[in-house]
Design a protein around this ligand. Structure first.
Ligand code: ATR
Length: 279
């Protein structure tokens, strides 16, 4: 699509940025809705992130996404934080206000919950306890959003137990941490299992998790989406569990930013998913 001199501008700041699928994602929506706008990759090194974020209003940008390794720096740089970003200590979406001030939001948890809702119609966080595996940045959004949506309990296990304990202390609420070795025992009472580790990603070994004790009614999801069907999801599906792949979290987390910058609520469709996964 050709853009005019009045095009609405947004983008994604990261370092490196070449692997980001966000330009293709937002570009698909801009095309689909015939919006006069552009969403560009912005390769910003860590020592210039604050300067780059501060420059958004001067450049006339409506805002941007922020990805690895800049989410904490963005949290420290913006003028205002929404409640979720404050809780997370990280910002993935910046919206430039009419007055040129910068609002930091975090939509990763929204993306995670919306992906489950659309993948398993009728699914509710309040259905029962969730087992979350891993305690990195993504786990923080997953755990906080599950609790906010009414999960009665979240069991959190991580190879390095201390990181799980730290996450539980930061987020607060009904989180119980456990040792890595006890993860298979916890499956017995879980209605949802989430892998937030890098295990199962192309080039990495599969997550070691024998699903034998997991109830057949439980839902299994992975935030890894390369490949779409990770060894964990394949094993879960083979024994009859409902599974939700990870790319939907990426697609749904993008919705609030797009709506704020370009003025239209976008839809997550199979066409979008195919376009984002291509190449
Ligand atoms: P992010 O912040 O993007 O989520 P991260 O902080 O690097 O990424 O977290 C990666 C997660 O994968 C962590 O939970 C990590 O466990 P540790 O905290 O013990 O490092 C987990 N992980 C990475 N390699 C792993 C492995 N071989 N076995 C189990 N967990 C692993």
């Amino acid at each position: 699509m050709t853009i005019s001199g009045k095009a609405k501008l947004a983008g994604v700041m990261g370092w490196p940025i070449g692997h980001s699928r966000s330009p293709r994602l937002h570009g698909y929506w801009l095309d689909q809705y015939g919006i006069d706008g552009a969403y560009v990759p912005l390769a910003v090194p860590p020592d210039r992130i604050e300067q780059a974020i501060r420059a958004l209003p001067a450049l006339g940008f409506r805002g941007c996404n922020v990805t690895v390794p800049h989410k904490e720096a963005a949290y420290r740089t913006v003028d205002r934080l929404d409640a979720t970003a404050r809780r997370m200590g990280a910002v993935n979406t910046i919206v430039v206000g009419e007055d040129g001030t910068l609002e930091g939001r975090n939509t990763d948890g929204f993306g995670f919950i919306e992906n489950l809702r659309s993948g398993v119609p009728g699914w509710k966080a309040s259905d029962g306890p969730a087992l979350v595996i891993g305690a990195g940045g993504a786990a923080r959004a997953v755990v906080a959003s599950l609790l906010d949506e009414g999960a009665p309990r979240v069991w959190l296990v991580n190879r390095t137990r201390a990181r799980a304990d730290e996450l539980a202390a930061d987020i607060g609420g009904a989180i119980e941490t456990a040792d890595w070795v006890s993860r298979e025992t916890l499956l017995e009472g879980a209605t949802l299992v989430v892998n937030t580790t890098t295990q199962g990603m192309a080039g990495q070994p599969p997550l070691e998790l024998d699903l034998r004790a997991l109830p057949g009614s439980a839902v299994v999801t992975d935030i890894v989406y390369t490949p779409l069907m990770t060894p964990l999801l394949t094993a879960a599906q083979a024994r009859g569990n409902r599974v939700v792949d990870g790319v939907g979290m990426l697609l749904h987390q993008a919705r609030p930013g797009f709506a704020a910058w370009f003025g239209r609520e976008p839809e997550v469709t199979e066409g979008l998913k195919a376009a984002v996964l291509q190449g």
